[in-house]
Design a protein around this ligand. Structure first.
Ligand code: SF4
Length: 466
């Protein structure tokens, strides 16, 4: 029988199924961080349990960490306590922790792949929505809630209902100045922030196959922003090349054995999907969002929709509310609009390739005096690579603030926040009200678009600079 990639991995991990109900799914890797794990640890301890398979759990501190002076005690009390709690829980339960000061520390969805922990064919969970990132390696990876984190601690399994299968095919060559962030913002704008609810999405087609692993991670990362349970891409030579030699990737004979398994991880030619969507890569231009969900995006040269012309009442009301929060007008263009902040970072776009893209645009230039620019590597390893390649010098010469690894201004949970009422072009994944700080106004875009705006201080079409 023909199977999808998703079916192949899912079926090989089902421990038990309830007819017409959920399955008990075995979990290969469980990532944890300081925000969603404390209650789960407390939960199992209250039941007199220990973590069942601690060697399959990997921890890091990312959400609450400061991105300057990381060697000092964390000033914010809540953040300090959460990070401390993680240290204590990991020590008590014999879990590997890449905490502050460790050379492997970083955003959980950046470190898993870069350390070779994320591998094709695995089931991977984390108490964090953007766990979908790891699907770029041909894994089933999805975010879970705190009670499910507790379930995985206790049993290394999670109860899950099998989602429906969607495939999004993107064929053809990308236009100049268009990168993977634009692809995913385009898809979400097309199908809406709820358009993939109930589905697990496989991305396929020549435009996807041509992408690097880092670009693929950006796409899978934002699957959750269209309501999907997760996103995945079949592993290929680009995947294997990326993984080879990484810290925890298989080595020697084990690598050869795994390669035989991994090469079976694709959707069969006649596999049937519940829904297929076809996109022409040439239709995609640099994208930017104007609203308060990632589906409210437009091409950089387009105008915000005229709200009076939106037929669906619910959608119209939602966009009007979004525009009020954003301080933007129906039908207005975004191009040329002044912004005050640029944030380059987050698990969507903080990998070395993202930072190289930025450096290429800004090399030898100086940022606009009207913007503050924060550039935050996703991990200590990315930060080290930035230095090794001399990118830090380029960023500093341009007037960018180069920070230390962490989630930073992706969410207002640490010291890096955008002031109320000010605009930030952000390479992160969420533009919800207050996401980057109370009252902050977020415009999601690619690292290229963010770099262009850093130089001009206004929303800019990067194609003019390339
Ligand atoms: S960078 Fe943002 S989206 Fe990613 S894990 Fe951190 S807070 Fe979540």
């Amino acid at each position: 029988m023909a199977n999808t990639l998703f079916d192949k991995i899912w079926d090989s991990h089902v421990v038990k199924s309830i007819e017409d109900g959920p399955s008990v799914l075995y979990i290969d890797k469980h990532f944890i961080h300081e925000v969603t794990s404390p209650q789960a640890f407390k939960g199992i301890e209250n039941r007199g349990l220990k973590v069942f398979r601690p060697k399959q759990v990997v921890a890091t501190a990312d959400h609450n960490v400061p991105t300057v002076d990381q060697h000092l005690p964390i000033k914010d009390e809540l953040s300090r306590l959460q990070v401390q709690q993680l240290i204590e829980n990991c020590a008590k339960h014999d879990i590997e922790l890449y905490g502050l000061g460790h050379s492997f520390q970083g955003i959980v969805h950046v470190i898993g792949p870069e350390l070779g922990i994320t591998q094709p064919g695995l089931t991977i969970v984390c108490g964090d929505s953007h766990t979908s990132t790891h699907g770029a390696f041909g894994a089933i990876a999805f975010g879970i809630g705190t009670s499910e984190v507790e379930m995985v601690f206790a049993s290394q399994c999670v109860l899950q209902t099998k989602p429906k299968a969607m495939r999004i095919n993107i064929e053809g060559d990308l236009n100049k100045g268009v990168v993977s962030k634009d692809i995913i913002l385009y898809i979400i704008a097309k199908i809406s922030a709820s358009g993939a609810t109930g589905y697990f999405v496989e991305y396929a087609g020549s435009a996807i196959r041509a992408l690097s692993m880092e670009a693929r991670m950006t796409i899978c990362n934002m699957s959750i922003e269209m309501g999907a349970r997760g996103g995945m891409i079949a592993p290929d030579d680009i995947t294997f090349e990326y993984m080879k030699g990484r810290e925890f990737a298989p080595k020697g004979a084990e690598w050869d054995k795994k390669m035989i398994e991994w090469k079976q991880l694709f959707s069969d030619d006649d596999a049937v999907f519940d829904l297929e969507i076809n996109i022409n890569a040439a239709d995609i231009e640099p994208m930017i969002t104007y609203g308060t969900n990632p589906g409210l995006g437009i091409g950089i040269r387009e105008s915000i929709p005229v709200t009076d012309r939106i037929p669906d009442e619910g959608e119209r009301k939602n966009i009007i509310k979004s525009l009020q929060y954003m301080g933007l007008n129906s039908g207005a263009p975004l191009l040329g609009m002044p912004v005050q902040h640029i944030f380059i970072g987050s698990c969507t776009n903080s990998r070395i390739e993202d930072l190289r893209l930025v450096a290429d645009v800004i090399k030898g230039k100086r940022k606009s005096d009207n913007v503050q620019v924060m550039i935050v590597p996703g991990s200590q390893q990315v930060a080290a690579q930035v230095k090794a390649e001399g990118l830090d010098k380029i960023f500093e010469a341009a007037g960018f603030e180069v920070r230390q690894a962490g989630c930073s201004a992706c969410l207002g949970m640490n010291e890096d926040k955008i002031p109320a009422g000010e605009y930030c072009i952000s390479t992160s994944n969420r533009n919800f009200e207050g996401r980057q700080g109370a009252g902050a106004r977020t415009l999601l875009a690619s690292p290229l678009t963010a770099a262009a705006a850093a130089l001009t201080g206004v929303v800019t079409d990067v194609r003019e600079m390339l």
